[in-house]
Design a protein around this ligand. Sequence first.
Ligand code: G1P
Ligand code: ZN
Length: 541
Amino acid sequence: MLIETSPYNDQKPGTSGLRKKVTRFQEPNYLNNFVQSIFDCLPELKGSTLIIGGDGRYYNRDAIQIIISMAAANQVTKLLIGQSGILSTPAASHLIRKHSALGGIILSASHNPGGENGDFGIKFNASNGGPAPESLTDEIFKASQTINTFHIASNSPVDLDVIGNTEIEGMQVAIIDAVVDYADLMETLFDFPKIRNLVAKPDFNLCFDAMSAVTGPYATEILQNRLGVSPESVIRKVPLEDFGGDHPDPNLAHAEELVKRMFSSTAPTFGAASDGDGDRNMILGANCYVTPSDSLAIMAANAHLIPGYKTGISGVARSMPTSQAVDRVAEALGLNAYETPTGWKFFGNLLDDDRITLCGEESFGTGSDHVREKDGLWAVLFWLNILAVKQQSVKSVVSNHWLQFGRNYYTRHDYEAVDIERVDNLFNSLEAKLPELAGTTVARRKISMADNFTYHDPVDGSVSTGQGVRCVFEDGARIIFRRSGTGTSGATLRLYVEHFESDPERFELDTQEVLEDLLDIADNIAQIKTFTGRDVADVVT
Ligand code: G1P
Ligand code: ZN
């Protein structure tokens, strides 16, 4: 059937796909328009295989039924769909690669809240398993602005819960096990027998928080069934459409129960959490929090201990606002190091070209060339494998790392859902100041460079401008201002602050205290309080 429609003007994908309120997605043909725009931009989808899955949030099942009917009408040959419509984002990336699919449609708003009044999201991943590059998402947006018809079959709904095959208008639909392929992949990368021995030790215990989101079934299979951790060690393991009303974001603010357990006199040896769609991770030890930037650096420094990486890594990459801790490791090991804009899509080319093996972001994302997405449980297993080889606590691994490489004190302050106009004004004023900032001294710190970050992709030559305002100081300290590209209400300002410390006497200080002068300078330069009308940030990580 060909159905007439008219365009919506707000279908521009952000940092990671199109994210809006569920209620927006429920407006007539809102999802259909975006899906048809994907098909219109990629004529090769006709006759191809596609992977479909989501994080299980509210509207996931409805959206999948619409996509099935539209794929059939757009003459896709085969759909592989995770059972119950569920696939973690890294598992979807793996399946695209494993089945040489032309791509995949992932339904997720990641760590954003879910439920009827929560958020929903959709993104297209390409045949390498990674998020579509900016050139394609720009084209999809363009198509969505002029769309006037879409194709849809009039089939009855497919039973998503039963593994098996059906056919719709000549298109095969296979409902597949969402977990097993991913778990098998993990077993090829990590030393499962060694990790099994570690977690069986009477003095070792762990707590993994699945945050009532997609990693529940994956953690059950991998941590419980294959590695033998006790069922009580995995908490909030049943995926819920509204994540139990919580924010499925693995950080110190949102993983409350886990953090309470890990910072206590009876703390488990190891703690971790993952987000709504399973691509983020937070790593904790007993009374110890590992910043994602440090985690990436520690993984890079210890990759040779892990079976999947023991032959060496080709290089590392981090997003621009991520701390420079991993750069120090790269320098010491003689590895290539790349700095990319925020968002996983920018790592794809570097991974495909084998310029890097490991990469990460300060926003609780780490990953490698095993898929083309960041990967939460992979990071957890990487850490468990390090601990199993080193037989040290998380705290000792971190402290020894600082002793060898120095410590990058790092924090991110988020001012969420601020009036868009206020944030526009802040950035306009900041941009106007940029040319004269370099060379000036603020509160005894001299700024050596100030710009709005532009990335030149070394593989395909594409250029991405306006990726965040950065002020770099003479001693390497940095202040970065960025506008979030994933929020769904108002504008979110992110402030990132970093200072390098080489004196071991100063490795155990309070991060916010160490960075206090830089935070003041940030307010001085950007007039954050004045422009946002807020005295303090909403979330500090
Ligand atoms: C945020 C993070 C970014 C991450 C993205 C998707 O994007 O900052 O690192 O890639 O979520 O998980 P932002 O809201 O800052 O645009
Ligand atoms: Zn996510």
